[in-house]
Design a protein around this ligand. Structure first.
Ligand SMILES: Cc1ncc(COP(=O)(O)O)c(C=O)c1O
Length: 466
C-alpha cells in the first residue's frame, strides 16, 4: 500500500458553524472610526452598502455562527477540501519535516474566495438586493463572486485592477461565464476613477482604487450593495471552514502542526486556515503561525500600525491596521491578490500581540518555490499561494539543517491555471523588478499622518525576520 498522501473528509463533515476568533482573542482591535467625526462607526453607517446579517457578523463576538442550509448546499459542490501530505516534496528537499497542505484550489473559481462569496451573495439576495458591485485584484475574487451570483440569481459588477485586467484575460472570461460584468479600474464610470485618471492617465490601478469605484456604485444605487473579498471580520469568519476542516484532517493524520503558514493579502486565507490553530494557541497549545507577504507590498513587515482608509478614494471608515498608506500603488506583480495596502484589523492585532509572525519574499523566489512544488506535487499554484510555499520550503530546509522533526501546514489557497502568463514571464526571466517603492510608501504614509492614532501606534514599521 502506498503511503497515505490524501486526508479526505466526508460531506457530512463540512462544518455547520463558522468560528469567530474575536470570541477568544486576548485583545480586540480598536473600532472602525468615522473619518469626519473621529468617533466609532455604528452599524447604520454600513447599512447603505451591506445587508444587516453581514453587519451583525462584522461586529459579533459570538464564537459560533450557524451556516445557513442554502450556503451549505453550495459549499457541498466542492467542500470538504482535501488535505495532502507533500511526501514527494519532503523527499526532494531531503527534510525530516512533514509537510501538509490544505488545497482550496478545487472550488469552482479555483481558490478559497467562494467560501465567503457564497454566503455574501446569499445574505444579499435574502435582503432583496438585485446587484453586487465589487473590486478584484488578480480576478480570483471577482470570478468567485460572479460564480456565487449565478448560484443565487444576482447581478455582479466587477471593477478589475487594470494591470490584472491586462495580465489575466481569462479571469475576465470566467466572470462573464457566470454572468458577471467586468470593467478595468481606474475607469471613467465613477467619480473616484475619473479623479485618478485625471492625475495619472496611465495608472495600472490598485485594489484601493477599485474598491472606491465599487463602493461609489453601491452607495449611489439603492438596488446595489458592495462586497469585499478579504479584510473584514465577516470574511474571515466565513473562511474559518478551512481551518476547522484542516484541524480534523491533521487529527486523521495523527499530527499537530508546529508551524501554520498562509500567504497574506488582506488576510482572509491566512486567517481561514490559522484561526482554529490560533484559538488552540491562546488555550496553550503552541504552534508558530506565519503570514507571508510580497516584498513589494510588505504590509505587516514594513507598514506602520495606524488608522487608515480601506480605499484610495477615502470612502470607507478608518480601520486600525498595518498599512502602507491608502494611496500607495504597489508595483504590478503577478500575485495581484497580495497587492493591498493594508491588512485585516484582526490580523494586525494578532501581530501586535505576538500571536503571529510575518515574512516577506520577492516574486522570483516564490515562483522558484512554486516550480519546485509543482514538479513534485503536480498542482500548479496561484502566484499568491506560492508565497506560502516559499515559507514552507524554508521551514523544511531549516528542519533539515537542525536535524529536527517539524510538522508544517500551509494553505494552498488557489491554483494558477489562469496565471500562465506569469509563469511564462518567470521562465523567460522577464519578471519585472519588485523592490518596494520606498518613496511611494513614504509619501502615502505622510498622507495619513494627520488621521487619528490607534492605541499601540508607534509610527514605525515592524521589523521583518525570516
Ligand atoms: C489564490 C489567492 N490567494 C490569496 C489571496 C490573497 O487574499 P487573502 O489575503 O484575503 O487570502 C488571493 C486574493 O485574490 C488569491 O486569489
Amino acid at each position: 500500500m502506498a503511503a497515505q498522501t490524501l486526508y479526505q473528509l466526508n460531506q457530512s463533515d463540512i462544518p455547520r458553524q463558522w468560528y469567530n476568533l474575536a470570541a477568544d482573542m486576548p485583545n480586540m482591535p480598536p473600532p472602525p472610526l468615522n473619518p469626519g467625526t473621529g468617533q466609532p462607526v455604528g452599524p447604520e453607517a454600513l447599512a447603505p452598502i451591506f445587508p444587516m446579517a453581514l453587519i451583525e457578523q462584522e461586529v459579533s463576538r459570538q464564537r459560533w455562527t450557524d451556516i445557513p442550509e442554502e450556503v451549505l448546499d453550495i459549499y457541498a459542490l466542492w467542500r470538504p477540501t482535501p488535505l495532502y501530505r507533500a511526501r514527494r516534496l519532503e523527499k526532494a528537499l531531503g527534510t525530516p519535516a512533514k509537510i501538509f497542505y490544505k488545497y482550496e484550489g478545487g472550488s469552482p473559481a479555483g481558490s478559497h474566495k467562494p467560501n465567503t462569496a457564497v454566503p455574501q451573495a446569499y445574505y444579499n439576495k435574502k435582503a432583496g438586493i438585485r446587484r453586487i458591485a465589487t473590486e478584484t485584484g488578480a480576478g480570483q475574487w471577482g470570478s468567485a463572486l460572479s460564480f456565487a451570483g449565478a448560484m443565487f440569481g444576482l447581478d455582479i459588477l466587477v471593477y478589475m485592477v487594470k494591470v490584472s485586467y491586462q495580465q489575466k484575460p481569462y479571469r475576465r472570461s470566467m466572470i462573464k461565464c457566470w454572468g458577471g460584468e467586468v470593467i478595468p479600474s481606474p475607469s471613467d464610470t465613477t467619480q473616484a476613477g475619473r479623479a485618478i485618471l485625471a492625475k495619472s492617465p496611465d495608472s495600472t490601478g490598485s485594489l484601493g482604487i477599485a474598491i472606491s469605484e465599487a463602493v461609489a456604485v453601491a452607495a449611489t444605487n439603492p438596488d446595489t450593495n458592495y462586497a469585499l473579498g478579504s479584510v473584514l471580520n465577516h470574511v474571515l469568519l466565513h473562511q474559518s471552514v478551512i481551518g476547522l476542516e484542516a484541524e480534523k484532517q491533521m487529527q486523521m493524520a495523527g499530527e499537530y502542526p508546529d508551524v501554520v503558514i498562509g500567504c497574506c493579502g488582506g488576510g482572509s486565507n491566512f486567517a481561514g486556515l490559522s484561526n482554529a490553530f490560533i484559538r488552540n494557541k491562546i488555550a496553550g497549545k503552541e504552534a508558530r503561525i506565519v503570514a507571508v507577504e510580497p516584498a513589494s507590498c510588505p504590509t505587516l513587515t514594513k507598514g506602520i500600525y495606524a488608522y487608515d482608509f480601506g480605499d484610495t478614494g477615502q470612502m470607507t471608515p478608518l480601520l486600525a491596521a498595518h498599512t502602507l498608506g491608502h494611496d500607495f500603488v504597489p508595483p504590478g506583480i503577478h500575485a495581484g491578490g497580495l497587492r493591498y495596502h493594508a491588512v485585516a484589523s484582526q490580523t494586525s492585532q494578532l501581530f501586535l500581540d505576538g500571536l503571529i509572525e510575518a515574512n516577506a519574499y520577492h516574486q522570483v523566489e516564490c515562483f522558484e518555490a512554486a516550480k519546485t512544488f509543482c514538479r513534485e506535487e503536480g498542482i500548479i499554484p496561484a502566484p499568491e499561494s506560492s508565497h506560502a510555499i516559499r515559507q514552507a520550503i524554508i521551514e523544511a530546509q531549516r528542519a533539515k539543517e537542525e536535524g529536527k522533526q517539524r510538522v508544517i501546514l500551509f494553505n494552498l489557497s488557489g491554483h494558477g491555471h489562469f496565471d500562465m502568463g506569469a509563469y511564462d514571464s518567470y521562465f523567460a526571466g522577464k519578471l519585472p523588478p519588485d523592490e518596494m517603492d520606498e518613496q511611494g510608501v513614504e509619501a502615502a504614509l505622510r498622507a495619513i499622518a494627520a488621521l487619528p492614532k490607534p492605541p499601540g501606534y508607534t509610527g514605525k514599521p515592524a521589523m521583518a525576520g525570516r
